[in-house]
Write a protein of this length. Structure first.
Length: 269
């Protein structure tokens, strides 16, 4: 059952990635093409997802929105993994005052919701996807730092690490060539789950006007614009909303499947 859910999640994520990468070829219309004679049309053969208040094809905008949402979320998670993983790995290995200081910093970041971080960053940098990426990365960084640190604290006293010390291996070699491979499993699980949260955060911040701005084809922006037409044109909000749900659900399937696959004790239970 768990292997099936992992396969289903990977398949769904792969399909959505293909849609995002091939949005230009798959979209029947340009995402910004307007037709004031065809506004708020329901789903039909000409417009499978219907149209918005400017007559733009929603299928095309959902496809291009997938590209923007997945790109911003991927960059945010990548930044959080690199910075947070490195901080946690080195803090767990060296300990001392460095570990204490980095621990206090991550605790402070934990105290701020991503929306507050987004507002603070937007006030300095202005609204846009770059501000959203930085806000999501800062909000996600403590999770990767803590997982990395706890794993290193368990591993640094193991015999293979002591043996590496005894043969004169350098500190960078021990950290990045000996200890880091043991973090791959936990980080893979956290990346998939962190990606799911990043998608939600990205759409939420754009919905609030902190990220992508209209008329950019982005799922959160589309949901924000659809609020005024929720009863008149329910398909307007439905399709970007179900796209967010599908991607987040698929990523959670991947995360749960990887966790069971990479944790033999959990698998045996």
């Amino acid at each position: 059952m768990k292997r099936w859910s992992l396969a289903a999640g990977l398949g769904a994520v792969a399909l959505l990635c293909l849609v995002a990468l091939g949005a230009g070829a798959l979209s029947p219309y340009a995402p910004d093409r307007q037709s004031m004679s065809g506004t708020l049309l329901p789903p039909s053969g000409l417009h499978l997802f219907g149209t918005d208040e400017f007559g733009r094809d929603l299928l095309s905008r959902v496809f291009f929105g997938a590209r923007l949402t997945m790109l911003a979320s991927s960059l945010a998670v990548l930044l959080a993994v690199v910075v947070g993983g490195t901080v946690g790995l080195t803090a767990g290995y060296f300990g001392g005052i460095y570990d204490t200081v980095t621990g206090r910093i991550t605790d402070t970041l934990f105290a701020f919701p991503v929306v507050l971080l987004g507002i603070a960053i937007v006030s300095m940098l202005g609204p846009g996807e770059s501000s959203v990426v930085i806000a999501i990365a800062l909000a996600s960084l403590p999770n990767f730092a803590r997982v990395s640190r706890s794993a290193i604290l368990r591993e640094r006293e193991m015999e293979y690490v002591v043996a590496a010390h005894s043969v004169g291996a350098s500190t960078p070699y021990i950290i990045f060539r000996t200890l880091l491979p043991n973090l791959i499993g936990p980080l893979m699980v956290l990346v998939s789950l962190g990606f799911a949260y990043a998608v939600l955060y990205e759409a939420s911040l754009s919905f609030l006007g902190l990220g992508a701005q209209p008329p950019t084809p982005e799922w959160g922006v589309m949901l924000s614009s659809a609020r005024d037409y929720i009863f008149q044109a329910p398909w307007y909000a439905f399709f970007p909303g179900i796209s967010i749900f599908a991607l987040v659900f698929a990523l959670n399937l991947v995360g749960d499947g990887l966790r069971d696959l990479l944790d033999p004790h959990r698998h045996n239970r």
